[in-house]
Design a protein around this ligand. Structure first.
Ligand code: AHR
Length: 501
């Protein structure tokens, strides 16, 4: 048994940013077609969106959804996705070697986002396109009326502007795999000019500059410095992408939020240096706009790549439909803890992706939708982390350089409620966790743990969707202290408040 002590002195780190609970819908594999959109499905609504998926998206608590890519956006012509559906072109989609039918485009996605209750984070193509097309897309989306583009939107059925506030300046432009990949100098200059043009059309928009596509990129760090030197004055956020996976050492994998913690520190330092150099008054924040567990070794295997890139051109083939274990879910939980602890820096984050493609929600075409193991920590944190993030100290032994028990606490004044989010990273040992909050008269209102009788490699599937699920967690309380016991490799949360008299 591991002993851990969690202490919360009552110091606020930051408010909880609503956009931290974002996700990502890319035209890739079965994320859109047979994911969010399947007109023939038994639960489909009038617009062809799956009702069962919409319900799960709402339950997941997603606040903002990045769209339409990803690598896809770097070859995308947004005009292909507007106007009468029967007149839209079918295109070769070269990022993922698929056929894109363009049945879902901008208008359809806006409708879906309204139904799901999420904000849109729209990416522009800076791979094969540039300043003019990005400006045209902003005008089409956000200008009220009286110009060719805004009137075209109205003719296409949207009288009111879409009012899209949040925009990404391209995607992973540092990646050699990216269509139209650029050097940092080239991208920095293009992003700056595109930002100026887009803002000239709609000054109210917020812009995300593309940072590195991973901390293992050879240009990581230098890329951030260079692109910020070009574009700092014109942007609000700098993005970072981070995917992790389990290799030989499960303990090292369970500690992989350390990489995120380090990256947040490193990139924040660079932002501050460039801000000081340029004497900029505003603070650029971080947008971790793609993060998740993704078994990239399997995807990058040369044999698999040959099959994908030289196989037949298909519509919505199965692509990277990773099946997530309980261990993966614990890592997802600790990533969210890490971002919350750094919420003064990280203001946007997007779990990549939302449905079927490395996703918390899975669907069978014509069949059910179910929750992957990773759904649970995201859903609980997104629904309950409100108010402020509090400084949280953990005293626990280390495993692979990280504390065996990871914790973060949020506090919402209005409801007089504290939420404690916990993870036990130990492979074999349970953890006895003692929690001291800033008030002595508190008691648990609700407590759950994510675990499985089948152990750390348990997964949820179509046939058995409930193998990894939340279970009630017993809490002992007394003398202002709460005590819980976490099973090995588990994630848990407690909702705590003043007991009603
Ligand atoms: O999320 C899958 C892919 O990962 C995205 O298209 C790309 O941006 C990243 O490399």
């Amino acid at each position: 048994m591991i002993d851990a002590v969690v202490t919360v002195p009552g110091v606020t780190v930051s408010d909880v940013p609503a956009r931290m609970f974002g996700s990502f819908v890319e035209h890739m594999g079965r994320c859109v077609y047979t994911g969010i959109f399947e007109p023939g499905h038994a639960t489909a609504n009038a617009e062809g969106f799956r009702g069962d998926v919409l319900d799960l998206v709402r339950e997941l608590g997603v606040s903002v959804v990045r769209y339409p890519g990803g690598n896809f956006v770097s070859g995308y012509r947004w005009e292909d996705g507007i106007g009468p559906v029967e007149e839209r072109p079918r295109r070769l989609e070269t990022a993922w070697h698929e056929i894109e039918p363009n049945i879902v485009g901008l208008h359809e996605f806006v409708t879906w986002a309204e139904q799901a209750g999420v904000e849109i984070m729209e990416a522009v193509n800076l791979g094969t396109r540039g300043v003019e097309d990005a400006m045209r897309l902003v005008e089409y989306s956000n200008h009220p009326s009286g110009t060719a583009l805004s009137d075209a939107r109205r003719r296409n059925g949207a009288e009111e502007p879409f009012g899209i506030r949040l925009w990404c300046l391209g995607n992973e432009m540092d990646g050699p795999w990216q269509l139209g990949a650029k050097s940092a100098e080239e991208y920095g200059a293009l992003a700056r000019e595109t930002a100026k043009g887009m803002r000239a059309v709609d000054p109210s928009i917020e812009l995300v500059l593309a940072g590195s596509s991973g901390t293992d990129m050879p240009t990581y760090g230098e890329w951030e410095r260079t692109v910020l030197r070009h574009a700092y004055a014109h942007v609000d956020y700098l993005s970072l992408h981070l995917y992790v996976q389990e290799r030989q050492d499960p303990s090292a994998f369970l500690a992989s939020a350390l990489r995120l913690e380090q990256a947040i520190r490193d990139v924040s330092t660079i932002i501050d240096e460039v801000r000081a150099e340029g004497q900029h008054s505003h603070q650029v924040a971080l947008a971790i706009d793609e993060w998740n567990v993704w078994n990239q070794d399997r995807f990058n295997d040369p044999e698999h790549q040959r099959e994908v890139q030289h196989g037949p051109w298909l519509e919505h083939p199965e692509v990277i439909e990773d099946v997530y274990t309980l261990t993966d879910a614990v890592v997802v939980g600790t990533f969210l803890h890490t971002m919350l602890r750094n919420a003064d820096r990280v203001r946007i984050a997007n779990l990549a992706q939302l449905v079927n493609v490395i996703a918390p929600i899975m669907t069978a075409e014509g069949g059910d939708a179910w929750r992957q193991a990773t759904f649970w920590p995201f859903a609980r944190i997104a629904s309950h982390a409100r108010g402020n993030v509090l400084e949280t100290h953990v005293d626990a032994p280390e495993i692979a350089g990280a504390p065996a028990v990871d914790a973060v606490v949020t506090h919402e004044d209005d409801r007089g409620e504290w939420c404690v989010f916990l993870a036990n990273r130990a492979l074999e040992d349970s953890a006895s966790v003692t929690i001291t909050l800033p008030r002595a008269d508190l008691a648990a209102r609700e407590a759950e743990v994510l675990t499985s009788a089948e152990g750390r490699l348990a997964v949820n599937t179509h046939e058995s969707p409930g193998t990894v699920a939340m279970q009630e967690l017993p809490v002992a309380s007394g003398d202002g202290v709460l005590e819980v016991t976490l099973p090995p490799v588990s994630w848990a949360w407690l909702r705590v408040g003043v007991p009603s008299t």
